[in-house]
Design a binder for this molecule. Structure first.
Ligand SMILES: [Fe+2]
Length: 338
């Protein structure tokens, strides 16, 4: 790995290793999806990588969409392209350079058995947090532990005390690659998550300085107190800027489902840094979702888990130094995975 990450040959090598990890073999079909001028160099790297492995490969480039003032998750350029969706359903793997997560089209393509890998992070991060089989095993061990639990409780020294009633939704993994039909993953990633019952999340969450607001891609600087009742955030309070920004952003969607409690879990990659956002502006924060011992809760849609909420308003909030209990047994204590 001596070459600079901007070297196209280096990136094509990396994508070859990645497709091998995704079990792409000779004769399989690799579809690549991009939009506008974004990540055309990624498409080139994957075209080269797939050909090296003897796979069939093609690249569909959708036109650029008009800019939106928010990260409206689930809105996808595929909504107006049923022919592209149909083609993707015939592929063995779709390399998603657009970020289709939470879209109806992604779920349809997965249901047809096509595995999907989203690749949108900076190349530096793709290289440094390259997925491994060992990491997958760690995430799957956590999945088994989480799937067996009935209740999750999260506490923190700042005053967080919130309980999720589990059992309604599946326990899901992200370990950065995918080799199973119909399974989605995101390069890079290493965390496990599930969701509470639709009316089964209650308590208080106190965000502390250093907790992370995604998609703002900022660190909380001033405490924020969230009240959660029956699966919805009912109050957001704080003296500083962060509470105002959270409130203003969610309110702008004018959608009560934007206050719903979504996925919850913890991060498992020892290579990922909590300070990662300070080094990779432009990324979407996968390093922060993945750093070892973060406890991440989320507000907004739960359709990824099979739930009814498909609001486009979505926050992921990885927190430091929290305790997480499953059925009263500590799994994370003070931000350390036990
Ligand atoms: Fe999320």
């Amino acid at each position: 790995m001596g070459a600079p990450v901007t070297d196209p040959a280096f990136f094509a090598d990396l994508c070859t290793d990645y497709l091998e990890l995704c079990a792409v073999t000779e004769g399989q079909t690799v579809a690549i999806l991009s939009e506008g001028r974004t990540r055309l160099d990624y498409a080139d790297a994957f075209l080269a990588a797939a050909r090296r492995l003897g796979a069939r490969v093609y690249h569909v480039r959708l036109p650029e969409r008009p800019p939106s003032g928010a990260w409206d998750v689930g809105a996808s350029g595929l909504a107006g392209a049923p022919d592209v969706v149909a083609a993707a359903k015939e592929a063995d793997i779709l390399i998603d350079l657009v970020f289709l997560l939470f879209s109806k089209e992604q779920l349809d393509i997965q249901a047809a058995g096509t595995r999907i890998a989203s690749v949108v992070e900076p190349v530096e991060l793709l290289a440094r947090l390259f997925p491994t089989v060992e990491l997958r095993e760690r995430v799957e061990a956590a999945q088994a532990r989480l799937a067996a639990a009935q209740v999750m409780r999260i506490t923190s020294p700042a005053g967080t005390d919130v309980t999720y009633r589990l059992g309604t939704y599946p326990t899901m993994t992200e370990y950065g690659y995918t080799d199973e039909p119909g399974r989605w993953d995101h390069w890079p990633a290493a965390f496990v998550f599930t969701g509470g019952a639709d009316d089964g999340v209650d308590g208080t969450i106190v965000l502390s300085p250093g907790d992370v607001l995604l998609p703002f891609n900022t660190y909380v600087q001033t405490p924020v107190r969230l009240t959660v009742e029956k699966g919805f955030v009912t109050d957001i309070r704080g003296d500083g800027l962060d509470a105002d920004l959270l409130t203003s952003y969610i309110r702008s969607f004018d959608d009560p489902r934007g206050y719903g409690m979504s996925h919850v879990g913890w991060g498992l990659d020892h290579r990922a840094h909590w300070h990662g956002l300070t080094r990779f502006p432009g990324g979407m924060g996968m390093e922060l979702r993945s750093f070892l011992g973060n406890v991440m809760f989320s507000i907004g849609p739960n359709n990824e888990l099979g739930g009814p909420n498909d609001t486009p308003c979505h926050f992921d909030i990885p927190m430091r130094g929290n305790d997480l209990y499953l059925d009263d047994e500590p799994v994370v204590r003070g931000g350390v995975v036990l």
